[in-house]
Design a protein. Sequence first.
Length: 98
Amino acid sequence: MKKIILGISIFVLILFTTLTKNSTKRIDKEIFALKEDLRMLEDKFELELLEHNYLSSPKKLLEYQEKFFETELIPVDVKNIIEVDYNEDSILIKNDKK
């Protein structure tokens, strides 16, 4: 009787150990995949941030103004803009001041 109980308990322990190892391996694979995705997104974010900082630097903005715009640019407070109408020849900005 003792041998049967000992055999069943060893079988249960082996089964429990196998299930635990398999679930741990699955979790490790998921963690690895998430870390790889995160690493890829961080690299992409750093490149986008570098591009944004380069393109929006004051020196570059002045170069773009000289290159693409014939007239002077007028600063507009974005908080005051209510509506922007695009026509074929011009852009009309309506703000809350009348």
